[in-house]
Design a protein around this ligand. Structure first.
Ligand SMILES: C[S@@+](CC[C@H](N)C(=O)[O-])C[C@H]1O[C@@H](n2cnc3c(N)ncnc32)[C@H](O)[C@@H]1O
Length: 291
């Protein structure tokens, strides 16, 4: 069954386990929580575009971006963590991704004015966060430790966001976290927009039932109770003079004026099926099946 909100996402019963399935083992499908599929889906970069995945490892969103770009163009992916990058390299190889340029580099040190990035129009920024939206994570830290940690994370996230907006040709950027804390979500985006008046928010998926905290209702939130996913946050920033609308969104209509159908798929697993990036053997099998 296709997903109610995201095209290309297949929905299965929670009892279906793909971990031992040959399609998963061979890299033909990527398993991801539905909320984690939102960033690449909403950024929707063009085929052949130049795109940055700023904090990319272990590469789930990078592979999704590559599928949307039909493996054409340039997908620059940065991460600081060598171990996660090595996992990412295997994941991308198995998925048949070839349009990527992996770099073990601090995104904050990447020069936005470098010739290499002069045509970058889309950026996905999914930086380190508290992970407070991950249902499986238990946190035993004290309130004071939490407070200090959140403050440091939010400062880092804001730094990354401000840095990303310095790429001269940038049109649209997706900022996402798997955190439920407004300090890492709406607060970071608000502070960034104050500093960057050339950018505004795109009203994402008006039919999505859970919105960013007021007044940032153009952004999306996700949760186990409302969207049956992990806790998640997504914002799209767009350069104002572009006056263009994200293909999977509507521009600047207030979400409260729309009806929000409830998410019906309780306890379901979503699988993003990557049609374009299947290794040649799988493509051949599909062709043979048709004839
Ligand atoms: C939330 S994870 C990214 C998950 C990834 N987008 C995915 O979907 O598979 C955040 C990543 O940011 C990386 N990171 C942290 N600081 C960074 C920096 N300054 N530059 C680049 N990557 C960084 C971490 O190593 C981590 O892998």
């Amino acid at each position: 069954m296709g997903d109610l909100h995201l095209q290309d996402l297949l929905v299965f019963s929670a009892k279906m386990d793909f971990h031992d399935h040959f399609l998963y083992k061979a890299g033909h499908i990527i398993l991801q929580d539905k909320a984690s599929c939102l960033p690449a889906y909403l950024l929707n970069p063009p085929v052949g575009g130049h795109v940055i995945d700023a904090c990319a490892a272990p590469g789930n969103k990078t592979s999704h971006l590559a599928a949307i770009m039909k493996n054409k163009g340039k997908l620059f992916a940065f991460d600081l963590d060598t171990k996660r990058l090595s996992t990412m390299s295997t994941l991308l190889l198995r998925a048949g991704v070839t349009c990527h340029h992996l770099a073990n580099e601090d995104f904050l040190k990447v020069d936005p004015l470098s010739q290499a990035y002069k045509d970058v129009e889309h950026i996905l920024l999914d930086p380190s966060c508290s992970g407070s939206g991950m249902v499986c994570l238990h946190d035993n830290s004290s309130e004071e430790q939490d407070h200090e940690r959140l403050k440091a994370l939010a400062a880092f996230q804001l730094h990354c966001l401000n840095h990303a907006l310095k790429f001269p040709k940038l049109k649209q950027l997706i900022y996402s976290t798997c955190s439920i804390h407004s300090q890492e979500n709406e607060d970071v985006v608000s502070l960034c927009l104050e500093k960057n008046p050339d950018f505004g928010l795109v009203n994402l998926l008006p039919e999505w039932p859970e919105r960013g905290h007021d007044p940032l209702t153009q952004c999306l939130r996700a949760s186990p109770t409302t969207t049956f996913t992990h806790g998640f946050f997504v914002a799209m920033l767009e350069r104002q003079h572009e006056r263009q609308t994200a293909p999977n969104s509507q521009s600047f209509t207030h979400p409260s004026s729309k009806s929000h159908p409830s998410v019906a798929e309780d306890e379901q697993t979503q699988v993003s099926l990557d049609k374009e990036l299947q290794p040649p053997a799988a493509k051949k099998r599909r062709k043979n099946k048709k004839s």
